[in-house]
Design a protein around this ligand. Structure first.
Ligand code: NAD
Length: 482
């Protein structure tokens, strides 16, 4: 299967514009399948996008809330109506299963619908002053042109949960998607481009992070940068943003723990562990890659988990019976295989999987890997791998499990499987993570509540739900005397 040769262009100032360069987007389930050709911008095009967003902001910041509602609602409705088609496209270019792709598009649709509602719902506060006869009004205003930089692993959901609140609160947008997933980004941009949004309010610039991303991050007109991706890139962006006092929001990696306590329901424990560690090929920042198991259930849990991992069906993302799609690209596959080797060298036991697989089509297939007999300090238990690789860490009791869970530099999500209200409550309180799950997988979150982590996982205000207003709007306090 090949594409038509059509070159998908960038969207700048309300026009579709070709960049100086182009790349082929390949399907990781079948590298002979070209998903499409996508233009790459240079620095000049990135600057043009910023200029367009800057010019459009002048009036968009005062746009009527009904107009914002209608634009966001239209985008949400189209995403929901086209979830099957766009979900398939997403799976074809990123490698998660078709069901996962469709669910992601639906989620993006719900995000836009939610922020359509927020556009008309959100307001300020009216307070009495400490001075007689004076009233205090607290309102929220747009921040300015916002730059949105996203990773490849949720190619529609993450852009949506940034773009929707940015537009909702009256900001203009320059969106820079990850190089590996231009098709999903372009499809979303094309939907946005058909709304009655004024020219320049939304801009898409595809291209290399170092070229396009760097230019956007350093543009003085960009007043806020929302970034999701690796810790290394996040640090570079943060330094540039802080130096010029731009607002910054970073969502980065995780090394998320899942605790399995002696009193856990075994079937729930195995389901939660397998889902959290391996679904979406383990390529989720919220994946539970450290499974911390107390000794009373360890043997039973390990036997059941190993059996389940061995039975996982790895294959083409669009094949109906596939449970685990391919790794996103050659580079990530090499990282995964490298960590599997590191784990072995560190003395962990490769209980199951870990081999590269051949399938009918040439793709980046990897058998889900399960390490056992690991210790908390091993690199495989400290560093984010971002693939279908998980470790079991055996501990004596809950207290030790909690200590191991928190003993990493990151803290995005965490989970516990237990029947005990006491342990569940204690874990919710003492877990050093931004999101805590009880008897549900560490990955898989709702669209209407805050998302984000602690420690080195996140920096800046939370994303999603009403909390998104913290980042995408600026508070003004007015004092009014008659
Ligand atoms: P990445 O850091 O390589 O790239 C992310 C984005 O940054 C891409 O669009 C890239 O082009 C851009 N970029 C690269 N260099 C840049 C620069 N110098 N200036 C500006 N932009 C630049 O990350 P990735 O490999 O695409 O994504 C995987 C990572 O994302 C993992 O670490 C994962 O944990 C993290 N992630 C975090 C969350 C979260 O919400 N915490 C969600 C998903 C993924």
């Amino acid at each position: 299967m090949t594409d038509s040769g059509f070159i998908h262009r960038n969207y700048l100032g309300g026009e579709w514009v070709a960049g100086p360069d182009q790349v082929a987007d390949l399907n990781p389930s079948d590298t002979n399948d070209v998903v499409g050709h996508y233009t790459h911008a240079d620095a000049a095009q990135a600057r043009a996008a910023v200029a367009a967003a800057h010019a459009a902001f002048a009036s968009w910041q005062y746009s009527p809330i009904q107009q914002r509602f209608e634009v966001l609602d239209q985008i949400g409705a189209e995403l929901l109506a086209r979830r099957d088609e766009l979900g398939q496209l997403l799976s074809r270019e990123e490698g998660k299963t078709r069901a996962e792709g469709i669910a992601e598009v639906a989620r993006a649709g719900h995000v836009f619908k939610f922020f359509a509602g927020e556009a008309v719902r959100h307001g300020g506060e009216l307070l009495p002053s400490t001075r007689p006869g004076v009233t205090v009004e607290v309102t929220r205003e747009p921040v300015g042109p916002v730059c949105i930089i996203t990773p490849w692993n949720f190619p529609i959901a993450i852009p949506s949960w940034k773009i929707a609140p940015a537009l909702c609160y009256g900001n203009s947008v320059v969106f820079k998607p990850a190089e590996l997933v231009p098709a999903s980004a372009w499809a979303l941009a094309e939907i946005i481009a058909r709304t009655p949004l004024p020219k320049g309010v939304f801009n898409l610039v595809m291209g290399r992070g170092s070229v396009v991303g760097g230019e956007l991050v350093n543009a003085p007109e960009i007043r806020a940068i929302s970034f999701t991706g690796s810790a290394a890139t996040g640090s570079t962006i943060a330094a540039a943003a802080v130096a010029r006092r731009a607002r910054i929001q970073l969502e980065m990696g995780g090394k998320n723990p899942l605790l399995i306590l002696d009193d856990a329901d075994l079937a729930t424990a195995v389901n939660v562990a397998v889902n959290g560690a391996y679904f979406s090929t383990g390529q989720r920042c919220t994946a539970s890659s450290r499974i911390i198991v107390t000794e009373g259930i360890h043997a039973r849990f390990l036997a059941a988990l190993t059996e389940r991992v061995a039975a996982l069906r790895v294959g083409h993302a669009l094949a109906p019976d596939t449970e685990i799609g391919p790794v996103v690209d050659e580079r990530q596959l090499a990282v995964d295989l490298d960590y599997i080797e590191i784990g072995r060298r560190e003395g962990a036991k490769l209980q199951r999987g870990g081999r590269q697989l051949q399938r009918q089509h040439p793709g980046h297939y990897l058998e889900p890997a399960l390490f056992t007999e690991t210790t908390p300090g091993m690199r495989i238990n400290q560093e984010e791998i971002f693939g279908p690789v998980a470790s079991v860490i055996r501990v004596r009791n809950y207290e030790e499990a909690l200590q191991v869970a928190n003993d990493v530099p990151v803290g995005l999500s965490s989970g516990i499987v237990t029947g005990s209200l006491k342990y569940a409550a204690d874990f919710r309180r003492r877990s050093q993570a931004g999101m805590v799950m009880v008897n549900v997988p560490t990955a898989g979150v709702d669209y209407h509540v805050p998302f984000g982590g602690r420690k080195e996982s996140s920096y800046g205000p939370r994303e999603q739900g009403r909390y998104a207003a913290e980042f995408y709007s600026s508070v003004k306090t007015s004092y009014i005397a008659p």
